[in-house]
Design a protein around this ligand. Sequence first.
Ligand code: NAP
Length: 490
Amino acid sequence: MDESTVVRAVEKRLFIDGKWTDATGGATFDVVDPSTGAVLCAVADASPADGRAALDAAVAAQADFARTSPRERSDLLMTAYRLLTERVDELALLMTLEMGKPLAEARGEIAYAAEFFRHFSGEALRIDGGYQTAPAGNARFLITKQPVGPCLLITPWNFPMAMGTRKLGPAIAAGCTSVIKPAHQTPLSMLALMEILAEAGLPAGAVNCVTAMDAGGVMEPLIRSGLARKLSFTGSTKVGRILLEQCAEKVLRTSLELGGNAPFIVFEDADLDEAVTGAIAAKMRNMGEACTAANRIFVHSSVIDDFGRRLAERMGALRVGRGTEEGVNVGPLIDAAGLEKVRSLVADAVDRGATVLTGGEVAMGRERDTGFFYPPTVLTGVPREAAMADQEIFGPVAPLTPFETEDEVVRAANDTEYGLVAYVFTNDLRRALRVAESIETGMVGLNQGVVSNPAAPFGGVKQSGLGREGGSVGIEEFLETKYIGIAVSS
Ligand code: NAP
């Protein structure tokens, strides 16, 4: 399918109770291609009443959905996995158009997204329980797991499909119904996912999708209504904090996958080629717009010049352009605000003494009049006081900072409110384990620049979030444990 056919083919209305529905008053908002700034199409703009209708549908469907057999839910997820896999090309094109990432990365994301369905198709069959004798011997404990109940799921724009399946996979496997709200920048991938779930045989009301410009106006009343039993959110720490407070009112179960500020540490004994390859993977995946992106690259002072030269050579050779074009490695940033943030963080670092090894504003050679492009950039000698040391850059900028000792670099790595992931490159096994255990993050990549895997527990500590997604623990976030005490003698 070509670009306009792919956009035309996808549903643009709300998905409520198994039906495609216009928003109240036929309201819509525009979806923009970040590589051109042009409007791709308009999608339904839900009102608070539409949001409530979606939640009512999820609540009404909950009891029946909870009664479906694990095998039925497992089969549904497996069918959806197959459909996603079969349609990878058209779904990837749709994602590239609304989000900007190069087609090869979009295909990778669809495959990754589909894997969550395959993984949780298996987990649906492995929901366990227990039977135990009370210590006094006079009773038995029957321990069982039940779905939490209707869930509210909110996802970001940077992985428009995978952040959805990472929540919907375990919710469906556990027997929870849900209302999902994608980011306003990237609603199309989620709407396409709804079509696939419907085709896979999803019962009406089991998953509902609302697209909206006023995220807070639509979601806050749902969170405060007490009708949902859980919120699972992926997005910024700033919004996560607001939602956690809102959830407190009705004591909702919460899973929060929030921002990161990943340290990437290269010790003097590391294989430098491997470390450079790892840094490119950790930095450039998704143009640097990832919570897992290497945000602070600490390199031992004895190898920083060599590492910087090799990294700059490889980053400088990457091709920037529209994600749909052949051979493009780096697409645009998501919007003008994202671009402006990267520009100002680089300017601040340079003002504070950092040196540009490649990229920076001037390297584009010209200001593009369309699209939100920023060139792959390597900065060295970035001081710890630079603004980018404390916040997510969310762009293709690799800041290098030298260090001398292991203690010093572990302290620096932990000097952040975030704790999602860290990367450590060393060939010294003892040091690798020592550092991995001392770093305050939920995940560590040892000699590898990518940690995401549907079969592994993904998540952070500190202000990077609460709970885990993926792995065998991912489904627990959507299950309650119930214990039934049984008297056997008086
Ligand atoms: P965001 O601004 O926090 O938005 C995330 C989602 O929350 C969007 O759907 C957004 O809707 C919605 N939202 C915004 N304000 C809201 C409110 N008051 N009430 C309810 N919903 C609200 O984050 P983003 O810019 O889309 O995504 C980037 C962030 O996500 C980064 O911080 C990144 O690190 C984080 N992230 C974390 C993970 C992880 O697994 N830890 C994975 C991916 C991304 P609208 O966009 O429509 O306003």
